[in-house]
Write a protein that binds this ligand. Structure first.
Ligand SMILES: [Zn+2]
Length: 284
């Protein structure tokens, strides 16, 4: 397990969730235990407050999340997509790792059960527009509508009510193409905009092995950060199991993002992996 001070959770043989509220930065922790002692695991949970972190990811912005050396955040864009998500979710579950999925609204409406399954597994669901349009190319009102419609679709699927106010205020621009006006509006709405710190370039066709090597090279250069992947890509789904093993074997730690605020305490729902036994997550 993890916590901010590096201690271990107490355990009574059941899943334990401990939320530690830390002001403003809102670094909070949810203890998670895993049935596999040799799994990578989720080392800690970081509650992201958009007012403190309105834009993160050094590929696009000057600021990124407060990650320590060897801490990574896994993010997957463009889903849901049933065939690949089955593999991606299986790989994440096998290692007891939680990720953030930036979903597109239209496929989310087409596959609502898959969206709910991903949420029920404890992953975080962020927003990635309605149709994956390039918002920089659209008139401002149409771009805003793309954002709102995407959020509404996912809110409808997850919470039964369409709303342009996201329960999880995390958004990523398709192609990372934003405009100053759209960025300002999202900040005013309290929605954090996610870039990435590095990526796998999985939009380029390559073998899973080539992609693994490329991603590892970038990981070793950056040593930490928000990683952008696409759950819609076959090569990424195929690469994920060996990549997670690499993280485990090289002492990387996976940080799970949740929104700061009242929802953080409830974010433990869905994190139960069934019968659990005590397991130390802290590896250095
Ligand atoms: Zn995308």
């Amino acid at each position: 397990m993890w916590n901010v001070s590096g201690g271990r959770s107490s355990s009574n043989g059941t899943a334990m969730f401990v939320a530690i509220a830390v002001a403003s930065l809102a670094s909070s922790a949810l203890a998670v235990e895993c049935p596999r002692a040799d799994a990578l695991g989720t080392s800690r949970v970081l509650a992201v407050d958009p007012s403190a972190y309105p834009r993160v990811g050094v590929k696009s912005f000057p600021q990124t999340l407060p990650l320590e050396d060897h801490e990574v955040v896994l993010t997957f864009d463009d889903g849901p997509q049933p065939a690949n998500d089955r593999k991606v979710l299986a790989a994440l579950s096998a290692e007891c790792v939680r990720a953030t999925f930036f979903m597109v609204g239209r496929p989310a409406l087409e596959h609502p059960e898959l969206v709910r399954k991903i949420a029920d597994l404890g992953h975080t669901i962020g927003h990635h527009t309605w149709t994956h349009a390039n918002l920089k190319d659209l008139p401002p009102d149409k771009a805003e509508a793309e954002i709102d419609k995407g959020i509404s679709a996912i809110e409808k699927v997850l919470h039964g009510k369409a709303s342009a106010t996201p329960s999880t205020p995390f958004f990523r621009f398709p192609y990372f193409d934003s405009t100053p006006q759209l960025l300002d509006n999202l900040e005013k709405r309290g929605i954090a905009v996610f870039g990435a710190d590095f990526w796998a370039s999985d939009w380029d066709k390559m073998t899973p092995d080539q992609q693994l090597k490329l991603l590892i090279r970038r990981l070793e250069a950056a040593r930490k950060g928000i990683i952008l992947l696409h759950d819609t890509k076959d090569q990424t789904a195929a690469m994920l199991p060996p990549f997670l093993r690499y993280l485990r074997e090289h002492h990387y730690r996976v940080v799970h993002l949740v929104p700061a605020g009242p929802r953080t305490a409830a974010a433990g729902r869905g994190l139960d992996y069934g019968p659990l036994r005590r397991h130390s997550w802290r590896r250095t």
